[in-house]
Design a protein around this ligand. Sequence first.
Ligand SMILES: Nc1ncnc2c1ncn2[C@@H]1O[C@H](COP(=O)(O)OP(=O)(O)OP(=O)(O)O)[C@@H](O)[C@H]1O
Length: 316
Amino acid sequence: MESIQADRLVKAYGKVRALDELSFGVPTGTVFGLLGPNGAGKSTAVKILTTLSRPDGGNARVAGIDVRKNPDQVRAAIGCVTQKISVDPQATGRENLLLHGALYGMSRRQLRLRAGELMARFDLAEAADRQARTYSGGMQRKLDVAMGLIHRPRVLFLDEPTTGLDPEARAAMWTEIARLAAEEGLTILLTTHYLEEADKLAGALAIVDRGKVVTTGSPDELKSQLRGDAIVAELVDSQGIPQAEEALRRVHGAREITTAGRVLRARVDDGAAAVPAVLAALDAAGVKVGAITVARPSLDDVYLRHTGRTFEEVAA
Ligand SMILES: Nc1ncnc2c1ncn2[C@@H]1O[C@H](COP(=O)(O)OP(=O)(O)OP(=O)(O)O)[C@@H](O)[C@H]1O
């Protein structure tokens, strides 16, 4: 069964087509990642699925409910953690949870129990009665997620949940998110522009580019569709790029050759075996190489394959 179905969603802002027939489905109880660089359309999709915005075309169902026809019912069934933290810094952690829960018409007794449970679960019990402004960034983000869960939603939307967190807090958040899906059967839609985050957390993901889903599958499925290794040569300066590209074209088995700045990439069947031939070809062309690396296919390669651009290039 699918808890989220987006069917050819279209949204235009003036001339910008933020969503251009975006479609995907999320099986119940899984973590699904919408991965794409800034401006790809992820937030716009989340706004429509959480009923904050209406699509210009297409349709969507969340927890089996039509977002256009029954937005109130959708809102009751979902939790939503947006990019802007909704924690009130002057209130304590517990007060934040109680205030948020009151919006859903929960009884005081229900609320107290649930708030206690969530604070324990997110390791905030000791800090529960301190003002949230005294919390670290990671603690505030956990509180934010706890607030999104107060009314026991069936589907949770997390819009860039770890942006701005340090590596340790990010890892802690990943553990929590994975547990929520595995232990509580929650369906989670996560948007991210971190390749590593999508790779680690998402059972399946959709790569979004310019308002469209360019490919979808589990991280492993997507990576295994790319045969061979990536070989990446960083030149000492960018002037030699045209000659280097030309030289690489003549190396047996090198394909999908792309350049960005002074970095040259190609795909080969066996990376380690191809390195000597690549270095010899570049040397013969008079090109100075600063570094050369071989890598197993990554989601960045998947992105490159489907959009013709590297993720970093677009993010920059
Ligand atoms: N309210 C708006 N008015 C005009 N244009 C908008 C509006 N919201 C989004 N856009 C445009 O729509 C496109 C998609 O934006 P969106 O915020 O959905 O991307 P995103 O992938 O979520 O990126 P980010 O990670 O930066 O939020 C962008 O070109 C953006 O500039």
